[in-house]
Design a protein around this ligand. Structure first.
Ligand SMILES: NC(=O)c1ccc[n+]([C@@H]2O[C@H](COP(=O)([O-])OP(=O)(O)OC[C@H]3O[C@@H](n4cnc5c(N)ncnc54)[C@H](OP(=O)(O)O)[C@@H]3O)[C@@H](O)[C@H]2O)c1
Length: 353
């Protein structure tokens, strides 16, 4: 028996990635796909601008796209719904679904920072799913919502976690170079991005600065206690198709040499998640490269099937009296759809679906 799954916003970049991962998944069966009014009622294969490197499966090409309406979605009786909707649309429908008893795993940013909504990067904070019980009690919902972190933040926190555990963090400075696919299918007009770098991504810096502290926070009896070190981010859109690259500077609580940091990152196996043997969990969540010129988006974004982050150029940083490193991750896999699936596997493993 497979879990019955629906994808909301299935024609977009994240939705396509979700569909491609779900259709080859051992535990999940795709039952329906929704999109906006202009797409609904039409055959998926006729309207989707498929950009995934693997071909669109025939059986998906033939399905009819549904409208993103609560009544229609409930008719399918899904066990779990993955949301890849724009945040403004996600906000209402996800709540309605959770109220009606549906498990929602969402890539949209709405509600990510609400105290009883778990924001999960499974190798980092799987224990935060214990807040689900409180969410249902507080809100009187039969279902619940779990959020996938912002793409840059998912990549960043996976690389920070081993250092946070071993030597503590005081300050984190991050400069991102984010790919075009991060801007959705409509993306950035070619006239604005060709031969260019755009030094602004609306809302992104605040998401990195806030979400990092929630994800690395502790699950206590009174809820998720956010960490209180400082994080500052500066975000750039660059002309790369997929994969976000991040220059990260950290001040650590305990002094640490680059070689030791490299060992700590290399030995990180993903905490409890490792023992659960979940299908989407990469064998090495953090891959350390020792070459001077790695990681690079084109060469490294599919490491661990896109679920690993690749870290390189680990050096001592004199200004922060800490470390500097370069981190790369696949924004629609580790930063969205892949992590959403890993969360769903974790929920299934914990009998929460
Ligand atoms: N791209 C990334 O790397 C990334 C990473 C992490 C999180 N996210 C988040 O994931 C979500 C999806 O991002 P994306 O990049 O996949 O965006 P996208 O390519 O623009 O896709 C948006 C999807 O939402 C549907 N949609 C738009 N307006 C709608 C409406 N009024 N009612 C119902 N459906 C509607 C679209 O359907 P139509 O085709 O019919 O318009 C499409 O399926 C966003 O919340 C985004 O912030 C994105």
């Amino acid at each position: 028996m497979k879990y019955r799954v629906g994808v909301l916003g299935g024609t977009g970049i994240v939705g396509q990635r979700m569909i491609s991962l779900v259709t080859s998944h051992p535990w999940f069966e795709l039952e329906f796909v929704t999109a906006s009014e202009k797409s609904s009622g039409r055959k998926y294969g006729d309207i989707v601008k498929w950009i995934i490197e693997k071909p669109l499966p025939d059986k998906i090409a033939g399905i009819k796209v549904e409208p993103t309406h609560i009544e229609r979605i409930l008719e399918y009786k899904p066990d779990i719904v993955f949301s890849a909707l724009p945040s403004s649309i996600a906000a209402n429908i996800e709540v309605e679904l959770a109220r009606e008893g549906i498990v929602v795993v969402s890539n949209a940013s709405s509600m990510r920072m609400e105290p009883d909504i778990p924001l999960i990067n499974p190798e980092v904070n799987a224990d935060h799913i214990d807040i689900i019980e409180r969410q249902q009690r507080n809100r009187g919902w039969r279902g619940y919502i779990v959020k996938v972190p912002n793409c840059s933040t998912a990549i960043l926190t996976l690389a920070l976690k081993p250092l946070y555990d071993e030597v503590g963090l005081k300050r984190v400075v991050v400069v991102t170079m984010q790919s075009l696919s991060g801007a959705g299918l409509k993306g950035v007009p070619s006239m604005l991005i060709l031969d260019n770098i755009i030094p602004y991504i609306g809302g992104e810096e605040e998401k990195i600065e806030n979400e990092t502290l929630k994800i690395l926070g502790k699950m206590t009896r009174s809820g998720i206690e956010k960490e209180d070190f400082s994080v500052t981010a500066s975000c750039n859109r660059v002309m790369v198709l997929e994969g976000h690259l991040e220059n990260v500077f950290v001040e650590t609580m305990e002094e640490i040499e680059a070689e030791e940091a490299s060992r700590i990152l290399r030995e990180f196996k993903g905490n409890k998640i490792k023992r659960y043997n979940l299908p989407s969990a990469p064998r090495e969540p953090v891959i350390v490269r020792s070459e001077d010129d790695r990681p690079q988006p084109r060469l490294d974004r599919f490491a661990g099937n896109g679920m690993s982050v690749v870290v390189g150029r680990i050096r001592r940083d004199k200004v922060l009296n800490g470390l500097k490193l370069v981190v790369l991750g696949h924004n629609t896999i580790r930063g969205a759809a892949g992590t959403a699936l890993l969360i769903a596997e974790l929920l299934a493993y914990r009998n929460l679906i």
